[in-house]
Design a protein around this ligand. Structure first.
Ligand code: 4NP
Length: 165
């Protein structure tokens, strides 16, 4: 069996976009029978909401599509994360810049924009925090598509995952 592949989803607060990405990607992994082989977590570049549950709007909109985010709790990206994770995926360019500033050069290859993997016309997941219901739905649309793209990428890169098809 292949070693577990570890994916970290990162946004600013770890209460809207990255917990949504964690919950959606985990659900897709479970559906694909790959949850034991790919580990997913999320974190924020800021420490503003450490220990908090996802934003109630994120929980509600995700629940509307069958994803349960309620048990997730915010944490900040740590120095150890750059060692521990194989893919560290930023929701927007500012998140990516903040990660690049903290990441040791030897680990920079792990950093990317999440939507780079989504085959999407967008390259950032817009921050919904100051906006309305449509923004939270857009986050879900973008995250669902990017999660599918990421799963395909991991299958193509990691042979043992492909053999499980
Ligand atoms: P997130 O959204 O980065 O997707 O979790 C935000 C959450 C909180 C704040 C900004 C963005 N804030 O300003 O507290």
């Amino acid at each position: 069996m292949a070693a577990t592949i570890k994916v970290l989803m990162v946004c600013l607060g770890n209460i809207c976009r990255s917990p949504t990405a964690e919950g959606v990607f985990r659900a897709q992994l479970q559906q694909a029978g790959l949850a034991e082989h790919i580990h997913v977590d999320s974190a924020g570049t800021s420490d503003w909401h450490v220990g908090a549950a996802p934003d109630p709007r994120s929980i509600r909109h995700a629940a509307g599509r069958g994803y349960d985010l309620s048990s997730l709790r915010a944490r900040q990206v740590s120095a150890q994360d750059f060692d521990d994770f194989d893919y560290i995926l930023a929701m927007d360019r500012q998140n990516l810049r903040d990660l690049e500033a903290r990441c040791p050069p030897a680990q920079r290859h792990k950093l990317a924009l999440f939507l780079q993997h989504g085959g999407s016309t967008h390259d950032e997941v817009p921050d919904p925090y100051e906006y309305g219901a449509e923004s939270f739905e857009q986050v879900l649309d973008l995250v669902e598509a990017a999660s599918r793209g990421l799963l395909e990428l991991l299958r193509s890169r990691h042979t043992l995952l492909r053999e499980r098809d």
